[in-house]
Design a protein around this ligand. Structure first.
Ligand SMILES: Cc1cc2nc3c(=O)[nH]c(=O)nc-3n(C[C@H](O)[C@H](O)[C@H](O)COP(=O)(O)OP(=O)(O)OC[C@H]3O[C@@H](n4cnc5c(N)ncnc54)[C@H](O)[C@@H]3O)c2cc1C
Length: 450
């Protein structure tokens, strides 16, 4: 007997990834229902300007109101203290509640319920709730973050990492944050408005002597007491509530699409918290997921292309961030023999995080997003963007390099003429030209499909 569908798409989890995917699907005209419960612990997280831009582009309004102005971030690393970056300190309970308000105001149904299982099925996947209710849909989005069961699907996994979180309260001071390295790992401290403080200590999950939950507070306090700069940050503070432990290992799922279920956000790919980039990454897979799902449902002949688009982007981003994290760990040399630092300065491999200079390496047919669907288009493969660049400032760049003459002067002149034709607006023309100036203008004659 066919199942009655609860919605076109069911989204498991109402964090930033689930909420952004749901808003994107609703804009494409799908009936969406998001099912979730709030996180079981309070957390504070630092976000950069580009998360704010990403949230705005995704259509969030109430969630943006929860973001305070940015404060200074001090980084105490390898014996040097730098205060160059700014970050906004996000109190997640308020932010997560505002994501749900945004969903409701956009006409997305939200069901507060604990999910017991995601039910895989090619045609009518679903969710089984803790009370036994079964909901069915055409596609399920797995967006329960790190709490999503991994099953046998872990593709890549970084060194096991655990974060100990502790809230505290002290005198009201200028909001800001600081990162300090120590022998066992690193500490992130945040001073929020109203005297609220937050401590996050990240260590190896197999740190010798790491106690179970009951001893965690004392253990973390002793570690922080050994860091004079951190002690100064917390002077006069009183801890509030018990500490929480949060799994923080970097992880890439091997099967982001499996029988009716698409993984987004941390459920698909979770980066090391040292990157301070988790929300941005979770939004990036969530903003492209609606086009992937739209293709699966409206253009099933391109299903394999859509899945390849989703998986290759997750893998590429995961490895890029893993390598940036490796280099940041390696830059801290005071404890390079300690296992925490040694392991993390070698994982995931020895390949460069950034290839300089940025160069065009050829052209190929690759999946891109066009009009809300995943389609195959000619792109330029570059050293920095191995998945390809399709358009720069709205101009398709690969055709501009087709069959250019050998002579450098003729080549540059013909490219300039082509850019002028493809980009009539002066600013757009300048930006496309500048992109080629940065990447070189190697002629492209043939596609490679791999
Ligand atoms: C220690 C630590 C520090 C971090 N610091 C930062 C930082 O400073 N800056 C930053 O940008 N990122 C940070 N991150 C990463 C950030 O938290 C995540 O990348 C981001 O929240 C992922 O969003 P998401 O929507 O994929 O998952 P989540 O935000 O985890 O959302 C998942 C949702 O699903 C719900 N859920 C889970 N299980 C169930 C269930 N069975 N039934 C119903 N609902 C369920 C959860 O309650 C939650 O609401 C940090 C992560 C860790 C571990």
């Amino acid at each position: 007997m066919p199942h009655a569908l609860h919605a076109d798409v069911l989204v498991a989890g109402a964090g930033p990834a689930g909420a952004a995917t749901a808003l994107g699907l609703a804009r494409l005209g799908y009936g969406v229902c998001v099912v979730g419960v709030p996180r079981p612990f309070d957390a504070c997280e630092g976000i950069s300007r580009r998360v704010v831009d990403g949230l705005r582009q995704s259509g969030f309004r109430r969630a943006l109101e929860q973001i305070p102005p940015p404060g200074l971030r001090v980084v105490d690393w390898n014996g040097e203290s730098l205060a160059r970056n700014m970050e906004s300190l996000l109190w997640r309970p308020g932010f997560d509640a505002a994501l749900i308000e945004d969903l409701q105001q956009s006409g997305v149904r939200v069901l507060e319920a604990r999910i017991a299982a995601v039910l895989h099925d090619e045609h009518t996947p679903g969710l089984r709730l803790a009370d036994g209710t079964v909901l069915r849909s055409r596609v399920v989005v797995e967006a329960r973050g790190r709490a999503a069961p991994q099953g046998r699907g872990v593709g890549l996994r970084g060194p096991g990492t655990l974060a100990v979180l502790q809230s505290a309260r002290g005198a009201e001071v200028q909001p800001g944050s600081a990162v300090f390295a120590c022998a066992e790992g690193w500490v992130w401290l945040a001073r929020l408005a109203g005297g609220q403080r937050y401590v996050q200590l990240c260590v190896a999950a197999d740190t010798p002597g790491l106690p179970k939950r009951s001893g965690l507070a004392d253990w973390a306090r002793a570690r922080i007491a050994a860091l004079p700069a951190a002690v100064a940050w917390l002077e006069g503070c009183v801890t509030e509530g018990p500490p929480a432990a949060r799994a923080s290992t970097a992880m890439l799922h091997a099967r982001p699409w499996e029988r009716g279920v698409l993984r987004v956000g941390d459920a698909a790919m979770a980066v090391d918290p040292l990157s301070g980039n988790g929300i941005f990454q979770s939004l990036s897979s969530a903003t492209t997921a609606p086009a992937v799902i739209n293709t699966l449902l409206r253009a099933p002949d391109d299903a394999a292309l859509a899945v390849a688009f989703h998986s290759s982007r997750l893998q590429e981003t995961f490895l890029r961030f893993a390598r940036i994290g490796r280099d940041f760990h390696a830059a801290e040399t005071r404890w390079s023999d300690a296992s925490f630092w040694r392991e993390r300065s070698l994982w995931p491999d020895a390949l460069a995080a950034h290839v300089q200079p940025e160069r065009i390496e050829g052209a190929a047919l690759r999946p891109v997003i066009e009009d809300g669907l995943i389609r195959e288009r000619e792109v330029l493969l570059t050293t920095g963007q191995p998945l390809g660049v399709w358009r720069v400032e709205g101009v398709a760049v690969a055709p501009l390099l087709r069959d250019l003459p050998e002579s450098p002067a003729e080549r540059a002149a013909l490219l300039e003429a082509r850019i002028a034709e493809a980009a009539p607006a002066p600013l757009q023309r300048q930006q496309v030209q500048a992109w080629f100036n940065r990447h070189g203008i190697q002629a492209v004659r043939e596609h490679s499909s791999h």
